[in-house]
Design a protein around this ligand. Sequence first.
Ligand SMILES: Nc1ncnc2c1ncn2[C@@H]1O[C@H](COP(=O)(O)OP(=O)(O)OP(=O)(O)O)[C@@H](O)[C@H]1O
Ligand SMILES: [Mg+2]
Length: 458
Amino acid sequence: MTILETRGLTYSYPDGTVAVQDLDIKINKGKKIAFVGKNGSGKSTLFLLLNGTLKPKKGEILFHGAPFKYGSKALREIRKSIGIVFQNSDDQLFAPTVYQDVAFGPTNLDLPKEKVRELVDRALEQVGLIHLKDKPPHHLSGGQKKRVAIAGIMAMEPEVIILDEPLANLDPVGADEIMDLLNEFNHFGSTLIISTHDVDLAYRWSDYVYLMSNSKLIGEGAPEEVFRDVELLKEANLRQPSTLEIYNEIERRGLTNGRSSPKTVPELVNALKPPDLMWVDVPPGVKEGDTLNLGVLYGEYAQNSPYEAINARVLHIHPEGKAIAEISRRGFKAGCILIYDTDSYSHSEVIEVINEGEIDFVGAMGKRSKTLAEEDGIYLDVSSGVIDRSLLTALCGKRCLILTGGGMVDHALQRIRDYVEKSGIELNVGTVNRDGGGFCWLEGFEEPVDGGEPTHHI
Ligand SMILES: Nc1ncnc2c1ncn2[C@@H]1O[C@H](COP(=O)(O)OP(=O)(O)OP(=O)(O)O)[C@@H](O)[C@H]1O
Ligand SMILES: [Mg+2]
């Protein structure tokens, strides 16, 4: 369903600069959209048009099928539903304290005082700035200001959230946290529109991409199509995302499993074609036809490897103890990922899960879960890119625990489920404490494609 649409949208600034020209876009509800284009291509101007801050010179904008109106009451309604985080936070922040700034939007929605307090506290906690709530915004760092501006929009819970360069000024872990938060909003139905120069982010994160150049749209489509079009990227002054560039080089050397468009490191790993046959050292007792569960260490198959596990069927045993084995990556038995829902958190329970579940690797997603772990002295192996790094660790046969709350439990499950389905790798996934329930392994995962239980672990 289309939520926001433009038809022939055109805007020129008073000095005559044409910044947006004849734009037709259709944004579907609940999607994650990225606008990508070089400096001065018209992204910020378009965003100001999309929430009614600027009025088109030609063309129109429709929200839920109804054309924008520009009277003050109509604009108030638009801005309630379509929130924008400006590229430059100084254009957005004006109240004497961080708290008042974030409270400005919800207060204007005529919500009860208690509700406003609840929304503001939650938004500030989510962006990790609750401790700065009494500070004047102009005394904050660039990244902190950005977080306040994002909190201010999130506290209004708009249907569409537009973010102009949301990650500019944010440190890498902070950027991951904001993206996690945006994904959470998206999970609950918000439509997200961002502009970015970061092709890796646009490729990995978005459902649909628009490329802009010199005030016009020059391309659009699914990220895997747009970012494969080298000529188009050249025209837009952009480069290919790194994972795609690495994949292309591997593919040219004939080392991939068919054609794919990996977006993350675990997907890239899964795109690699393992060698078909390999000499391996086998212990006494192994017979021809046995299945071995091996690890890969620096290109050799080795015992107790900390790297990715693989299934291998012994075809022939040489008298000197070496064997020729047929390698199969699909169907090997990887480790597990457990997700603990921190919405009802108990320190002793997490420690019990870590000990009894023989957990090797712990990660936390979302500010609240990280703070809980930090306060309780739970050592975190990873606090950014948590899902991908847990997947990579589980691929090596290890047992991982992800601490997260809110909508992120479902989001994490979905990402892991997608990976399991695409890769065919057997990975146990479970939740602890979800919605106050106990422990449960998830059902419905596909059986391994081949291999099954190895007869020997070496
Ligand atoms: N207030 C203004 N008055 C006149 N021209 C402007 C104004 N603001 C922007 N422009 C011009 O409009 C064009 C589009 O600018 P815009 O800020 O929309 O680009 P952008 O894609 O957001 O760029 P960036 O990636 O640098 O943020 C540019 O040529 C810019 O110089
Ligand atoms: Mg801009």
